[in-house]
Design a protein around this ligand. Structure first.
Ligand code: ATP
Length: 259
């Protein structure tokens, strides 16, 4: 990474208060950087603080200690240059596909201009839903709904895309198809991506680097470079580097569980 980092975590500690008054330490001394247009995946056991890390970046929670910076500025509130895609698409069933994509503008400014509607149509083309702009949400499959959510996250042309297990509710085939779709979008419209997943192959297929976290309280266990050449395709899945790295991560996660 030669440029200044886009995302920077420095010694981040995150504590939460439990209902009984006790303290849960979710993150402990988390430090890493993400460079411009890098695709970084985060893997780790359940409860290690992956979603908390994303919520810190989104400006939805604030660190107990340490700092979270975007473009060298502390995160103090949600910002427009960030698009977020959650595990569930959280679409509004009373709006059609196009109106769901333009919803952030309606919500923020109370109106949607023709230019923004045109942009939403372009994004729906990009995620191959150009024929479905007027469709109701309940007419779409789970994978199509998640593509609407991705188009919505891209509407404000964010520099940063945060994705929290965005494909985990999908069947295996759709999931793989969506991974390639995301790679295509990222190639066409480069962005800095932080992608949280429980799937080792998904992380290796998509990312430039993988942050492997330790169990709660989450800290960086390893940061691994993915040496599988781009552009990636189905053939990447049988690249020897792909399997070596996937096996390394599997052993690393499993040995911790067994310990
Ligand atoms: N608002 C909160 N109040 C109290 N505890 C919280 C809060 N948010 C998260 N936690 C706790 O912090 C820890 C980390 O949670 P987080 O959801 O970030 O983990 P995760 O790695 O995303 O988990 P999973 O993989 O199961 O989705 C958990 O023990 C969780 O119970």
């Amino acid at each position: 990474m030669t440029d200044d980092p886009v995302i920077s975590f420095r010694n981040v500690v995150q504590d939460f208060k439990r209902d009984d008054g006790g303290i849960v330490r979710a993150l402990d001394n988390l430090t890493f950087d993400i460079g411009r247009h890098e695709f970084v995946a985060v893997l780790g056991p359940s409860g290690c603080g992956k979603s908390t890390l994303l919520r810190l970046l989104a400006g939805l929670v604030f660190p107990t200690a340490g700092s979270v910076e975007i473009f060298g500025l502390k995160v103090t509130e949600p910002r427009d240059e960030i698009g977020i895609v959650f595990q569930k698409p959280t679409l509004l069933p009373w709006f059609n596909v196009l109106d769901n994509v333009t919803f952030p503008m309606r919500h923020k400014y109370g109106r949607v201009t023709q230019t923004e509607k045109d942009r939403a149509r372009e994004l729906l083309d990009l995620v191959e839903l150009g024929q479905f702009t007027g469709a109701g949400i309940d007419q779409l499959s789970g994978g199509m709904q998640q593509r609407v959510a991705i188009a919505r996250a891209l509407l404000l042309d964010p520099d940063i895309l945060l994705m929290d297990e965005p494909f985990s509710a999908l069947d295996a085939l759709t999931r793989e198809e969506m991974s390639f779709e995301l790679l295509r979008i990222w190639t066409e419209k480069p962005k800095t991506v932080l992608f949280i997943t429980h799937s080792i192959p998904e992380a290796v297929l998509l990312a430039d680097r993988i942050i492997v976290m330790s169990p709660r309280p989450g800290a960086v266990r390893e940061i691994l470079d993915v040496r599988v050449p781009r552009p990636r395709s189905l053939a990447s899945l049988s690249d020897p580097n792909f399997n070596d790295l996937a096996n390394h991560i599997r052993a690393s996660l499993f040995s911790r569980r067994a310990a």
